[in-house]
Design a protein around this ligand. Structure first.
Ligand code: PMP
Length: 450
C-alpha cells in the first residue's frame, strides 16, 4: 500500500485513466466478486486493465469504445486475428452438429493426422483443454516411461500452472542464485513439500553450464523441458547449439526431451523444432492450436504415447477429461492450421522481422536503450543495454519505463502485452505496422521530454 501511495502517477497513466472510465468502473465492481477483478493473473496491470468488448481482424474495441490495433492476438493465440471467416465457418458447422459428445468424432482424427504429418517428431498426439494440461501429461508420461522423478527446466521458462513447473518462472535477482547453477525457487505459495527440490533449474543458452548440471544428475532426470523461444520471459529464442546440446545429452542419459511449443509453434510450418532442426521426444501445444478456443495437445514418440493407450487394460498413464478434444476447439484449430501454409508463414515472419528492425531504430533514435528479441512473428522489447540471451539478462531492465510506454501506446490505439512483448497475426499488414511505429515514436518522444 505504501509503495502505491508514494508512486508518482505518470502522464501516460493519467491519459489512460481519462480514456478508460468504464474499465475503471468495471474493475471496481468486479473486485467485489473476483480477486483482482478477473480470472487470469497475467492480465493485470496498473492502474487497472482495460476490459474488451469485441474484436474484428486485428482491431479490438474496449468497453470505452477505444479502437486498438491488437499486437497481442490474446497473447499469441489468434494467429489470424479475430473472426477469420474460415475459422468462424468451421466453428458454426460444428456448433450445429454438437458442442461435445460422449465419444470421439471425425474432426479429432482429421486434426490429429494434420498435426502428426506437420510436426516431424510427433508420431501420436492427444488433445487437452490447455497448455497447462499438455505439459502436465508430458511430464507424467516422461516419469512413467523412465521410472525417474526429477525434472529439469529452464530458468524463466513457463509451462502453465502444474505444481512441477511453477518453479523459477520469474525469480528475483535475490532468489535466482548463481548464473550457471540457478537456485530452484517457488513461483507460488502452496506448492507441496518436495516439489521445488525435485526440479533442476537450467541456465538458458548456456551450453556448458546446462550440460554440466544435466550430466551431474543424468540418471535421476525423467525429463528436460524447454521452450524453443522463452515466451513469458520476453520472446527470447534459444540458440541452436543450446538445443542441440540438450538433444545430445538427454539422448545419452535416456532423459525425455520435451519441447514446449505452446508459443513457438508459429515460428515455422513444423514448429520451432523444424526451424532449429532439433527433434524432441515429446512436444506440448496450446494457444494457437485451438483457433481461439481452449485446446492443448501433447504428442511425440509412439512408445511414450503408448502409455496413454487404454485398449489393453488400465493405461500406464490415464488421461480422462470431460472436455478433452472438444470438437469446437478441434474445428477452429484445424481451420487455423490449414490457413497457415508455408507461404503465409513466410510472409508473416518477414513482416515481423522488418518490424523488429524498425522497433530497434525507433528506440535508437530516442536514445532509450533497448534489446529487441524474437523469432518468427514474435517480438520482445527489453529496456536495457545488456545483450538479452536469457531470463537472467532481463533482470535490471527498466520495467517502469516499459509500463509507461505500454500505457502510452494504449492511448495511441496500439495494444501490446504489458510485459513488452507482442506478435503479428496474418490480419496485420504494412499499414498497421506503420501506425504502430508512428505511435511508438510519439510515445518515446513524450517519455524522454519530461
Ligand atoms: N507453455 C507456454 C510456453 C505458455 O506460454 C503457456 C501459456 N502462456 C502455457 C504453457 C500454458 O498454457 P495455458 O495457458 O493454455 O494453460
Amino acid at each position: 500500500m505504501t509503495t502505491q501511495a508514494v508512486r508518482r502517477t505518470t502522464p501516460e497513466e493519467e491519459q489512460y485513466q481519462r480514456r478508460t472510465p468504464q474499465s475503471r468502473r468495471f474493475f471496481s465492481e468486479a473486485r467485489e466478486f473476483m480477486p483482482g477483478g478477473d480470472s487470469r493473473s497475467t492480465l493485470f496491470y496498473r492502474p487497472y486493465p482495460a476490459v474488451m468488448e469485441r474484436g474484428d481482424g486485428c482491431v479490438l474495441l474496449d468497453i470505452d469504445g477505444n479502437r486498438l490495433l491488437d499486437f497481442t492476438g490474446n497473447h499469441s493465440v489468434l494467429i489470424h486475428g479475430y473472426g477469420h471467416p474460415q475459422v468462424l465457418s468451421a466453428v458454426e458447422q460444428q456448433l450445429r452438429k454438437g458442442t461435445c459428445f460422449p465419444g470421439s468424432s471425425e474432426p479429432q482424427l482429421v486434426y490429429a493426422r494434420l498435426l502428426c504429418r506437420r510436426i516431424a517428431s510427433v508420431q501420436q498426439i492427444r488433445f487437452t483443454n490447455s497448455g497447462t494440461e499438455a505439459a502436465l501429461n508430458a511430464i507424467r508420461a516422461a516419469r512413467a516411461f523412465t521410472g525417474r522423478t526429477r525434472i529439469a527446466k529452464v530458468e524463466g521458462g513457463y509451462h502453465g500452472t502444474a505444481d512441477d513447473v511453477m518453479v523459477s518462472v520469474q525469480p528475483s535477482e535475490d532468489e535466482a542464485g548463481s548464473r550457471s547453477r540457478p537456485s530452484a525457487s517457488p513461483h507460488s505459495q502452496g506448492l507441496p513439500a518436495g516439489v521445488v527440490g525435485n526440479v533442476t533449474v537450467l541456465p538458458f543458452n548456456d551450453v556448458d553450464g546446462a550440460r554440466a548440471l544435466i550430466e551431474s544428475q543424468g540418471d535421476q532426470l525423467a525429463a528436460v523441458l524447454v521452450e524453443p523461444v522463452l515466451g513469458s520471459a520476453g520472446m527470447i529464442p534459444a540458440e541452436q547449439s543450446y538445443l542441440q546440446m540438450l538433444r545430445a545429452v538427454t539422448q545419452q542419459y535416456g532423459i525425455v526431451l520435451i519441447f514446449d511449443e505452446v508459443v513457438s509453434l508459429r515460428v515455422a510450418y513444423g514448429g520451432a523444432q523444424e526451424y532449429f532442426g532439433v527433434v524432441p521426444d515429446m512436444t506440448c501445444f496450446g494457444k494457437l492450436i485451438g483457433g481461439g478456443f481452449p485446446l492443448g495437445a501433447f504428442g511425440g514418440r509412439r512408445e511414450i504415447m503408448a502409455m496413454f493407450d487404454p485398449s489393453r487394460g488400465r493405461p500406464a498413464v490415464p488421461h480422462p477429461g470431460s472436455h478433452n478434444a472438444n470438437p469446437i476447439g478441434i474445428a477452429a484449430g484445424a481451420a487455423t492450421l490449414e490457413l497457415l501454409t508455408r507461404p503465409v508463414l513466410d510472409e508473416l515472419n518477414s513482416r515481423a522481422e522488418a518490424l523488429r528492425r524498425e522497433l530497434g531504430s525507433a528506440f535508437h533514435e530516442s536514445g532509450i536503450p533497448v534489446q529487441v528479441t524474437g523469432l518468427g512473428s514474435l517480438f520482445g522489447l527489453h529496456l536495457t543495454d545488456r545483450l538479452v540471451r536469457s531470463y537472467r539478462d532481463t533482470l535490471g531492465s527498466d520495467t517502469e519505463l516499459r509500463h509507461r510506454i505500454f500505457l502510452g501506446l494504449y492511448s495511441e490505439g496500439i495494444l501490446i502485452d504489458p510485459r513488452g512483448v507482442g506478435n503479428l497475426s496474418t490480419a496485420i499488414h504494412d499499414a498497421e505496422i506503420e501506425q504502430f511505429l508512428t505511435a511508438l515514436r510519439r510515445v518515446l518522444e513524450r517519455s524522454t521530454a519530461d
